[in-house]
Design a protein around this ligand. Sequence first.
Ligand code: NAD
Length: 304
Amino acid sequence: MNIAFLGLGNMGGPMALNLHRAGHTVRAFDLSPAALQAYGAQGLAVAASAQEAAADAEAVISMLPASRHVESLYLGDGQQPGLFAGLARGTLVIDCSTIASASARQVAAAAQALGIPFIDAPVSGGTTGAAAGTLTFMIGGETGDVERARPLLQVMGANLFHAGPAGAGQTAKICNNMLLGVLMIGTCEALALGEANGLDPAVLSEIMRRSSGGNWALEKYNPVPGVQPHTPASHDYAGGFACDLMLKDLGLAQDNASQLRAATPLGGLARSLYAAHSLAGNGTLDFSSILRSLQAAQQKSLSK
Ligand code: NAD
């Protein structure tokens, strides 16, 4: 299939490569010349604009940072027309970015008015899941459109969940990421406390992984450098899932909760802790680096 892939960041790059390796014809675009160069060198055909990538595409897939990027790509920004204006009717559009549910519904409604099938399909599984093609997709949209997208999503992921109508994938995603933010902080707190008591973090991690505190961070994404060689923690917290993206997702969850008057006190606390960590200059580091802020707070109180 001819696919336009827009956004070759930490997640989009490996996802696009998997489609290319599965035999699809992928034309990719990113605003970053460095990303275009890096993925061009790995065999992806790259375009000079989103419009050029999408010309003749049967499907368009986007993996962008936040709501405003997705809205301006598809709907335009007041000065430039959006991509929808030039897409042929029937071109399947799959947005995998994590954005506000309301924003996904707005883009879906604009697509529907033009006869363009659109689904929101945010993912979980991190950069390792993106590279391995084992992501979990949480999908919102019409059943027929989800079925059309299924063969493409199966190349990039191992678990596909149709959560409901337009925006439902994004709602599932913010619930998941609120839990992820809370559990990462809890895991870091427990590991920092163990370390302050002289425990080896690798040994404590293994104990908790096999006990009632076991969780995804301990299984696959240990926040302590050196405990698991493949994690961002073991590479100076580079790559992975940026703190600023986690902060965005925790903000989406809190905005949604306050609209519905839902009680999310731990989600609110996690957002404040990530905001402080980001303000301290860690916004582009992987989100597991919140361990450093907890360790620094501990050092400070010990030195008093
Ligand atoms: P990233 O910042 O690494 O990549 C985003 C890319 O989009 C950048 O390369 C940027 O240049 C590009 N971009 C921005 N606007 C563009 C436009 N108009 N046209 C083309 N390219 C454009 O982010 P990421 O870590 O790949 O995350 C992407 C999305 O996936 C985010 O919504 C994030 O919340 C979500 N997500 C990330 C992870 C993770 O582990 N990194 C996991 C699950 C979900």
